[in-house]
Ligand binder design. Structure first.
Ligand SMILES: *[C@@H]1O[C@H](CO)[C@@H](O)[C@H](O)[C@H]1NC(C)=O
Ligand SMILES: *[C@@H]1O[C@H](CO)[C@@H](O)[C@H](O)[C@H]1NC(C)=O
Ligand SMILES: *[C@@H]1O[C@H](CO)[C@@H](O)[C@H](O)[C@H]1NC(C)=O
Ligand SMILES: *[C@@H]1O[C@H](CO)[C@@H](O)[C@H](O)[C@H]1NC(C)=O
Length: 148
């Protein structure tokens, strides 16, 4: 099972550019934490593999991020992984919705996405906070749908 996860992780790392590596579950980030989902994490203790013997949970209202303090306000920094709240949401501009990390659907002014869909080019990911739809670099305002 872990071998399989490792292979998937390797495949994911190869498929995405550096800037994207930190936006994944179960990856040791520069802050020494590995997010399990939107709100929980393991520590890496200086290694490259998360120590899964201890699991920590962010306090209410905070999400697991790659900021030095690990748990940070969701309104200021997107969670490193596991945030699916924005998936398929046309708001606020009703132009498009991200339906996964790399796919989107047009909304044409409606609340729910239409079946007119597209995918981002290799190395790009869908960011609902930008009119460019697909971008290569996350910003503090990024709204990313963490579905594969
Ligand atoms: C995140 O993972 C922790 C630990 O496994 C679990 O207790 C928690 O319910 C999970 N949270 C979500 C939002 O899935
Ligand atoms: C996790 O806990 C198990 C059982 O207590 C122990 O054998 C193992 O060495 C621990 N792993 C790490 C990475 O600390
Ligand atoms: C999209 O939905 C419309 C209406 O439901 C349907 O007529 C059309 O064939 C669908 N297009 C695709 C590409 O699925
Ligand atoms: C939404 O519309 C506002 C005002 O036109 C614009 O400034 C903003 O960039 C748009 N956001 C997106 C995600 O398209």
């Amino acid at each position: 099972m872990y071998k399989l996860l490792g292979l998937i992780a390797l495949a994911a790392l190869g498929a995405f550019p550096i800037a994207w590596i930190q936006a994944d579950c179960n990856v040791c980030q520069s802050n020494g934490a590995s997010c399990i989902n939107q709100t929980a994490y393991n520590l890496c203790f200086g290694g490259s593999q998360p120590n899964t013997n201890q699991t920590f949970v962010c306090t209410d209202g905070l999400v697991c991020t790659d900021e030095p303090v690990i748990c940070f306000q969701r309104s200021e920094t997107p969670a490193s992984c596991g945030d699916t709240d924005s998936c398929g949401q046309c708001a606020p501009n009703y132009t498009f919705a991200c339906t996964s990390r790399s796919t989107f659907a047009f909304c044409f002014g409606a609340i729910t996405p239409t079946n007119v869909t597209g995918s981002c080019p290799d190395g790009y990911f869908c960011d609902a906070s930008t009119q460019e739809i697909c971008v290569t670099k996350a910003t503090d305002d990024s709204i990313i749908c963490h579905l594969n």
